[in-house]
Write a protein that binds this ligand. Structure first.
Ligand SMILES: CC(C)(COP(=O)(O)OP(=O)(O)OC[C@H]1O[C@@H](n2cnc3c(N)ncnc32)[C@H](O)[C@@H]1OP(=O)(O)O)[C@@H](O)C(=O)NCCC(=O)NCCS
Length: 218
């Protein structure tokens, strides 16, 4: 078994940890969650099924002890800073655990970067490439021939079309839809339920059906 710690906790961290544990009980992964690295919850406290085992800065020590890592510390406002914080830890790509739940469909030609997580009931069509540390949350759908940057978060039930260029640190909201042939800039967000029909620029937040510009990410 590879021991993995999840950076984060409440929310996506616990969701991802539970999915890994579910897969482990099915005999479908060699990952074993040890707990969370979290700066807000006291060490030793449980978050759902697993304890907080240390502060985020302790990742380097755990690296030396042979652990693997999944980073779930992402958010809409301040994402650039959070990604910079994660990168400052200097964790090598070859110790970021990539996890695909056995109830997901991932076409054989899909490329997943290190640290990507693919949750149950996801569908990923051929020829798409995800950068590192991206999330396909429960029930989301990724079309074919997309190029997706690092640190993107595709929320539950989102439907993402094809021939897209999606930048780094992008959030596609719950149940949102992106039609084909668009470009989405770095750190941009499509709000929950939005239907995106136009390109969106760096750090822009769009929402609604059809989606319109709402504000810039902080
Ligand atoms: C788009 C989003 C980022 C905007 O957040 P915000 O800036 O805090 O927005 P506010 O709540 O202040 O709302 C501002 C206005 O936009 C509207 N709005 C907010 N989100 C919207 C959405 N998803 N669709 C349509 N309109 C939306 C609000 O109704 C409000 O309109 P009003 O000024 O007429 O009252 C947020 O609402 C959202 O959709 N986040 C994604 C949620 C998600 O995917 N969660 C999964 C996490 S795992």
């Amino acid at each position: 078994m590879r021991k993995v710690v999840v950076l984060g906790g409440l929310g996506n961290g616990a969701i991802v940890a539970a999915a890994i544990e579910h897969a482990r009980r099915m005999g479908a992964t060699d990952l074993q969650v040890e707990g969370f690295l979290n700066d807000r919850t006291p060490v030793g406290e449980m978050i759902d099924m697993f304890p907080v085992v240390g502060r985020v800065e302790e990742a380097k020590r755990l690296l030396d002890e042979g652990y693997w890592f999944i980073n779930t510390i992402l958010r809409i406002d301040g994402n650039r800073e959070r990604i910079a914080m994660f990168e400052s830890l200097g964790l090598p790509d070859d110790r970021l655990a990539t996890f695909v739940h056995p109830m997901a469909y991932v076409a054989p030609s899909v490329q997943l970067g290190p640290g990507c997580v693919v949750m149950p009931n996801v569908s990923m069509s051929p020829g798409t490439r995800l950068g590192k540390n991206c999330f396909m949350m429960v029930g989301s759908m990724m079309g074919h021939d997309n190029i997706v940057g690092d640190y993107c978060h595709i929320a539950a039930q989102a439907a993402v079309g094809s021939y897209l260029h999606i930048g780094r640190g992008v959030h596609i909201g719950l149940n949102a839809t992106v039609i084909e042939n668009l470009t989405i800039g770095d750190y941009a967000t499509l709000g929950a339920g939005g239907v995106l029909t136009k390109n969106i620029g760096e750090r822009e937040i769009w929402a609604g059906n059809p989606a319109r510009f709402l504000r810039m990410a902080e």
